[in-house]
Design a protein around this ligand. Structure first.
Ligand code: MTE
Length: 309
């Protein structure tokens, strides 16, 4: 039997009950066997059996909990990745509300506990590829953004989704840096936001999300550079026009709106052809759309990906 045939629902509930230590013991198993099943939602199950995508997934091993939670980009706290975890300790991720409004028929505000109750949490093991050319493999807990968007009913004019992070300079020392246009903002086209691989994550390694990883809720879009995966979300707004984003405002000639992982389009200051997987020696080739090409390439048919970077 192909290992990729193991449905994620047969594996996920068990991992939810495991302590982190037990989880880590089983992580090698999960990475080799469950990875493919876990990261391909049921309606893509046909694709999960395709030999064209399985080899790249089966060789990936989970990055350690330690590395995922101590090597972080979260500019609201610091530009020093190794200082973020410490500086984020005093941040209060509860109580928390997420507002969803704009071009929707039913705008809603959810408390974080309502979100956790309302949307069953699934495990998704995804690669995360930072634009700075390092990468990790992270076992997220979360739910498809599409499920949330379905509840608010976007109108026919809605084409984009804008995401805004929390603004709390008293708890987030990096937000006192006037160089940046706070709060952090990101955006997706509506079809990207509705894609079954796009999730809102609320945990990792079977535990609630640590502050430094974007507690209590963050976006994860695995085929795009990590900066699209915005942390600490308080507002999701449906819009007709393409929203401005934190990085394309700070440095427009370096960071575009789409930010799809693409080994053939170099960053103006470095190549994107290879990456350093945290915890491994040497470098590995970067995969088109971070290895999710079979699932997402159709979203960009007819687009020049060297211009729409
Ligand atoms: N979200 C906010 N609000 N602020 C940030 O600075 N950094 C981004 C993204 N989301 C960032 C953010 C970048 S550049 C990356 S690579 C990922 O978060 C890192 O996520 P991780 O620390 O969980 O690995």
């Amino acid at each position: 039997m192909l290992r990729s045939n193991i449905p994620s629902y047969e594996i996920t509930p068990k991992t939810l009950y495991l302590s982190r230590r037990d989880f880590m013991k089983t992580s090698a198993l999960l990475a080799s066997g469950a990875l493919l099943a876990a990261c391909v939602p049921s309606d893509l199950s046909q694709l999960s059996r395709s030999p064209s995508i399985s080899p790249t997934l089966l060789t990936d091993t989970l990055t350690s909990y330690e590395a995922i939670t101590t090597y972080n980009n979260y500019y609201e706290f610091s530009m020093d990745k190794q200082a973020v975890a410490r500086l984020a300790q005093k941040f209060r991720p509860r109580p928390w509300e997420v507002h969803i409004d704009g071009l929707v028929r039913r705008p809603k505000t959810y408390g974080i506990e309502d979100l956790l109750k309302r949307f069953p949490q699934e495990e998704r093991i995804y690669r995360l590829r930072c634009v700075e050319s390092w990468s990790m493999v992270i076992p997220w807990l979360g739910f498809p953004l599409a499920n949330l968007l379905a509840e608010v009913e976007p109108t026919s004019d809605a084409r984009f989704v804008r995401f805004v992070s929390i603004l709390r300079p008293e708890e987030m020392p990096g937000q006192r840096d006037p160089f940046f246009d706070w709060p952090y903002q990101e955006g997706l086209r509506l079809d990207e936001a509705m894609h079954p691989l796009t999730i809102l994550a609320t945990g990792l390694y079977g535990e609630l999300l640590p502050n430094q990883n974007g507690a209590p809720i963050r976006l994860v879009v695995p085929w795009k550079y990590g900066f699209k995966s915005i942390k600490g979300i308080v507002l999701i707004e449906l819009a007709a026009a393409q929203p401005k984003t934190f990085w394309s405002t700070a440095s427009p000639h370096e960071y575009g709106f789409y930010a799809n992982v693409n080994p053939n389009v170099p960053h103006p200051r470095w190549s994107q052809a290879t990456e350093r997987r945290i915890g491994e020696l040497g470098r590995r080739p970067t995969l088109m759309f971070n290895g999710y090409e079979a699932e997402v390439a159709h979203l960009y048919t007819g687009m020049d990906l060297t211009k729409n970077y």
